[in-house]
Design a protein around this ligand. Sequence first.
Ligand code: ADP
Ligand code: MG
Length: 699
Amino acid sequence: MNPNILQSPIAYLKGVGPNRAETLKSELGIETCQDLLHLFPNRYIDKTQYYKITQLQRSSADVQIIGKIINIRTVEQKKGKRLVAKFTDGQGEMELVWFRGQKWIRENLIINVPYVIFGKTNWFNGTFSMPHPDMELLEDHKKGLKIGMQPVYPSTEKLSNKGITNRVVGKLIQQLFIETKGRFSETLSPKILTELNLLPKNEALFNIHFPKNQELLAKAQFRLKFEELFYIQLQLIVKNMLHKQRIKGYSFNKVGLLFNEFYKNHLPFDLTNAQKRVIKEIRADLGSNAQMNRLLQGDVGSGKTIVALMTMLLAIDNGFQACLMAPTEILANQHYTGIKELLNDIGVNIALLTGSVKKRDRKIIHDQLESGELHILIGTHALLEDKVQYKNLGLAIIDEQHRFGVAQRAKLWHKNDIPPHILVMTATPIPRTLAMSLYGDLDISTIDELPPGRKPIKTVHRYDSNRLKVFKFIRDEIKKGRQIYVVYPLIQESEALDYKDLMDGYESIVRDFPMPEYQISIVHGKMKPADKDYEMDRFVRGETQIMVATTVIEVGVNVPNASVMIIESAERFGLSQLHQLRGRVGRGADQSFCILMTSHKLSSDSKTRLETMVRTTDGFEIAEVDLKLRGPGDLMGTQQSGVLNLKIADLIKDNEILKTARYYALTLLKEDSLLEHHPAIRHTYAQIVKHKNIWNYIS
Ligand code: ADP
Ligand code: MG
């Protein structure tokens, strides 16, 4: 047998041919025999049972029946035609129905010959029917491999229209096993196989397609999931190693005056241990000759800003400039004011550049940036404009990374010949192992500890019908001198309905909290930036007690005296968004509250989200639930959805396997970075890299 059969085009496999090859390619991306071998079943069905039509239940479960077709007829209906076959098992009768692919069915079905049919049944007008049954002649069925667990392969409408049913796919795979005699090269090392007690490749592939029993199926799945995740990790780690070797960075080897002066005399509090550890990690990066590319993740309020600031001081100490980019003007403003205050009279020049900076002032900033007079530039997207040229940018920090696309990150990058060090900060924590799979090129630092003395925010869920009680609670809190946020969903600024909700809500609050006793701010996306800032400022300075807003306040704003967060239509927000919003309170010494308002109609996902928010304030736990509800693609934002095209493993469910795979990949590369002593792994790795450019999927 030709050992290269796996690499040969699928069309050459007996039973395929050019037409089917075309369909397999367009529908399932199968081009070679190997691709077919790696088409893994979605699920398995127990086909050890045969049912009688008289035994059928109205449960719409999958059943297997032996019988004959008595007649076939075409029935005209409003939209198109359907093909109906009368089917009997000698005792009862039922109908088989096709809505599509009728020509093929008509030409190929034989009347009055025993078939084994398989599929879901429907009950209608006193008759059972089975739409698009999977059919096999009883004679062939008896000859086929006797397996209890029947695989169900991924399928599409077009595949079944063209007669490439599940059974046909199974047959093709059988053919492949016949031609290869079921012998496939081992792709893992003997050491890994032994240590993890994995099935050999041959057995794993056999049992994934033709499982002998549940136990072997489970072992086969484990082995193949491990293998898939192992090779992804291997690629990610190699990429990271190459990045470190190839991409030169400025070496910040001095810890100089500014850093020390700040640390000794300006730090307003003791750093948490987590902050200290993270700064150490960053310093190690900056001192090496490679470009830093680091993700700093820490829950809302964990104190990322101070870490960013100290990192910028390191850059300045080494004669470089630094910039800090934020996703919104409000946040850029706040960073600017906060950092300016912290730096006080330490002798660092710092400027703010946003869309609303006047042309004349802009010009000054541009000039000072080019002359090197300016040390730190803080701003929004405006930082990315071509006119913004630095004398020597050594460090770029991006806050709240999820708002920026990958392309924007790259843009900052290409402003210099030697790229600046990059630190991206995010408050949307991602479970660590998952982050490592998604951001292969980023190193990760985590602040997993909140500053001391924070009281956990109390979170409750209230229905709209309890609004009066909620209003009374607000009144009491305001009496104590606290400030309140009321947030409305305005997911898309253009949605007129959302906007109306917001304005209605605002009016009802104004009615219930009348001037002059109460002052109310409002901020939403349709306002001019200057008006927004004015309203925000009034709230920050404590001149207004209630801030009615849309999610524009979601990110980063810091008003320590605000202690109540009311989220309207909370069922419409995603979990990470709810968590971000809640993070706006609980920043001062007072007990803070978050009230999630909803209608009575809640989907089960909404219920889970609300329960999770009420149960925990731990951002990592929330991220895990979010991940389970939404899947990793959504979590990362659309630009990164479908990040990894996994064939068998599931990043969430198989998280433990992922950790093991990462551990083994790391250990292997540590011992044998060129894979010289692991020929099987080196060979497989080379093939994967050649065939699929994984880096297209990952940032
Ligand atoms: P985030 O990580 O959400 O950006 P910030 O950097 O805005 O958090 O910090 C939140 C608040 O906690 C700020 O008011 C900051 O001054 C304060 N803070 C940060 N680190 C500490 C610390 N080690 N001890 C006490 N307060 C701290
Ligand atoms: Mg922040």
